[in-house]
Design a protein around this ligand. Structure first.
Ligand SMILES: NC(=O)c1ccc[n+]([C@@H]2O[C@H](COP(=O)([O-])OP(=O)(O)OC[C@H]3O[C@@H](n4cnc5c(N)ncnc54)[C@H](OP(=O)(O)O)[C@@H]3O)[C@@H](O)[C@H]2O)c1
Ligand SMILES: [Zn+2]
Ligand SMILES: [Zn+2]
Length: 369
């Protein structure tokens, strides 16, 4: 076997404004607990856009984004088959089809409450799949590349029944909606509202239905996605907040759970809360670059509602979510793009054109250079 390459090729961001360039970058050193994959697919998540333009905070350029990665395992560290932290990762073998989501490391220490509870995404020392640093200070690089390398603990096997392009968006967007829907009881007897029908939101409708919620209401700014939400994705009702006069009053006290995926700060927060029933739960997963709108205390007081947030999901959540997706055929709506078209796809994503997730595919990339 030839010696593994030191550098990887991928689509690198050098600053907040310029298009990505296809060049080399240096991945983390390969350790015995790592896995290396040949990337076949990678979804484009809203977080990629926020990060590339340094929307939340200055990004650590050079940066390679992409954290909805599907790849084929080409290298397995010698300690992976006995990995103490993850029995599930021990069985990963050369040639397996695997996925990597938005997190690639956490402290994994027994005295860390989050890690010990299997809640790795809430570890204070979590490492994002890109724009992060591992304990040895090396940078984390994502999936807009030919290869990915990182800790086996955060690599999950993809069930055979899920096609790669459709499986990719499940790795970040899918688990980000699945984990809170599950945690807050979306299921029989419950009505669920999904706000923002984009990548996360359309998967929110699919998963709320798959979990057995009685009624799933899609909440969007206009009616342009109504037919998709009701006829294609299986939603039961639709609210176009920019078009229906008095919508918050008309539909007040109708929802047990609201999952809000909105990525812009100018959302009608207090009006969304009016839709909750007494004791209802509002879960924010969208991460706007500015503060959320202010709230009068009465929005919380009057019905005893809860406002919370949720961060991706643990490797165990990922495995459970993939199992449910396999059993119930939860397949995100994807539009495949060649990896070499990444800059065009990012512009389209930013303009809200995705229906509902762009998935980059390697293989055609070279032809486009
Ligand atoms: N919490 C987490 O762990 C986590 C994980 C992944 C992503 N995220 C965040 O989730 C957000 C959504 O990601 P995505 O990939 O789903 O993005 P996306 O495909 O662009 O979808 C975002 C949706 O939000 C709605 N929207 C956008 N701007 C809005 C505004 N100003 N007011 C009201 N609605 C607006 C739109 O839906 P309509 O057209 O239907 O109104 C849009 O389709 C991003 O901020 C991302 O960073 C968080
Ligand atoms: Zn993401
Ligand atoms: Zn930890």
């Amino acid at each position: 076997m030839t010696a593994p390459a030191k550098d990887f090729h991928g689509w690198v961001a050098h600053d907040a404004k310029s298009p990505l360039t296809y060049t080399t970058f240096t991945p983390k050193p390969f350790t015995p607990t790592d896995i290396e994959v040949r990337v076949t697919h990678c979804g484009i998540c809203g977080t990629d856009i926020h990060t590339l333009r340094s929307g939340w905070a200055p990004a650590d350029y050079p940066c390679v984004v992409g954290h909805e990665i599907i790849g084929i395992v080409e290298r397995v560290g010698s300690a992976v088959p006995t990995l103490p932290s993850s029995p599930a990762s021990r069985s990963i073998k050369l040639g397996d089809r695997v996925g990597i989501g938005a997190q690639s490391m956490s402290c994994l220490k027994p005295d860390c409450e989050a890690c010990a509870d299997g809640q790795e995404s809430y570890c204070a020392r979590m490492t994002g799949t890109y724009n992060g640093r591992y304990a040895d200070k090396s940078k984390s690089y994502g999936g807009f590349a030919e290869r990915w390398r990182g800790p086996a603990h955060f690599v999950v096997k993809i069930p055979d029944a899920l096609p790669s392009a459709e499986a990719a968006p499940l790795l970040c967007g899918g688990v980000t909606v699945y984990a809170p829907l599950k945690k807050y009881g979306a299921g029989p007897g419950k009505t669920v509202g999904i706000v923002g029908i984009g990548g996360l939101g359309h998967m929110g409708i699919l998963f709320a239905k798959a979990l057995g919620a009685d009624r799933v209401v899609a909440i969007s700014r206009s009616s342009s996605k109504k037919a998709d939400a009701l006829e294609g994705l299986g939603g039961d009702a639709f609210i176009a907040t920019g078009e229906e006069k008095g919508w918050a009053k008309n539909h007040s006290r109708t929802l047990d759970i609201i999952l809000c995926t909105v990525s812009g700060p100018d959302m009608p927060f207090a009006q969304y809360l009016r839709l909750l029933k007494r004791d209802g739960t509002f879960v924010q997963v969208g991460a706007p670059e500015d503060a959320l709108p202010p709230l009068m205390a009465f929005s919380l007081i009057q019905k005893g509602v809860k406002v919370t947030g949720s961060s991706i999901g643990s490797p165990e959540d990922l495995r459970q979510m993939l199992k449910l997706a396999e059993e119930k055929r939860v397949l995100p709506w994807v539009q495949k793009r060649a990896m070499g078209e990444v800059n065009e796809a990012l512009v389209d994503m930013h303009e809200g054109k995705a229906r509902y997730r762009y998935v980059l595919q390697n293989g055609e990339a070279q032809a486009k250079l």
